[in-house]
Design a protein around this ligand. Sequence first.
Ligand SMILES: Nc1ncnc2c1ncn2[C@@H]1O[C@H](COP(=O)(O)OP(=O)(O)OP(=O)(O)O)[C@@H](O)[C@H]1O
Ligand SMILES: [Mg+2]
Length: 270
Amino acid sequence: MMNTKLCTIWNRKGGVGKTLLTINIATYLASKGKRVLLIDIDQQANLTSRLYSSVHNSPTLGDCIINNIDISNCILKGINESYKTLDLIPSNSNMRFLEELLIKSQNQDTVIANYLSANMKYLKEYDYIFFDMPPSNNVIGRNILVYTNIVFITEYSNNDSIDMINSYLFEYQEDVKRLGLNSALNFAILINRYTSKKDSGTKLYEQYLDRFEHLKPFILNTKINESVVMKNANTFRLTVEDYIRTFGGRKNAINQLESVVNELIERGVL
Ligand SMILES: Nc1ncnc2c1ncn2[C@@H]1O[C@H](COP(=O)(O)OP(=O)(O)OP(=O)(O)O)[C@@H](O)[C@H]1O
Ligand SMILES: [Mg+2]
């Protein structure tokens, strides 16, 4: 039995803060000495650009699977001075070749999981593995999502981002049935870009959320506020912690991340 926790911070809705929160939750855990591996699955490679480089020839997960070589060949160790226990498997547009391979494969929804299982001796070194996914559950996404815990992100005032969590939960049931798995999804929902200022948009969002009583028990008490620190940290390609250390700023964002991580650990999602 592996103690490594696999987690994906996700919504099919684009631009809701998946990559920003993946980076900051992962680096928060690394700052506490946890061994963390980030696997960038997204062809957009935003996480790779922000933490490593926007142009690189380092092998991706796709390159290793296609060439049938060990995952150790694409793990970049110690990519960030501040987080010695943080490793990265980078992405670039080569990931499109993995998608093409999966589409042609007979067991297209399990190729990645089988590859990860075969490489467990490298992966079990980590306390946490996070996958940064595109806003899609295409064939690559389905490979990942049925095997990891999920933190769904809903963007405050964005009702579509609630709809998409709700609809994905139905698709998940179909996917696990089709794959013959009988696992219940271990998930939580995190509200991002929260603001206490009430206007017609936020009121409508709160009313809309009331329609989804079955989702409410999964919503974390802690919300991540809309904040200049979060936004700027992203623009400067720094973690929130490094941004505040360099430029100063209120520590609210870090306190919220800490509290989110604690709630996720309590719920067994992390
Ligand atoms: N709490 C927040 N406060 C301020 N800005 C935020 C917050 N969360 C996200 N953003 C902004 O939203 C934008 C999108 O964030 P991010 O790239 O993490 O989204 P994503 O869901 O990964 O997008 P994609 O679907 O393209 O992968 C970023 O420019 C970021 O600055
Ligand atoms: Mg992203």
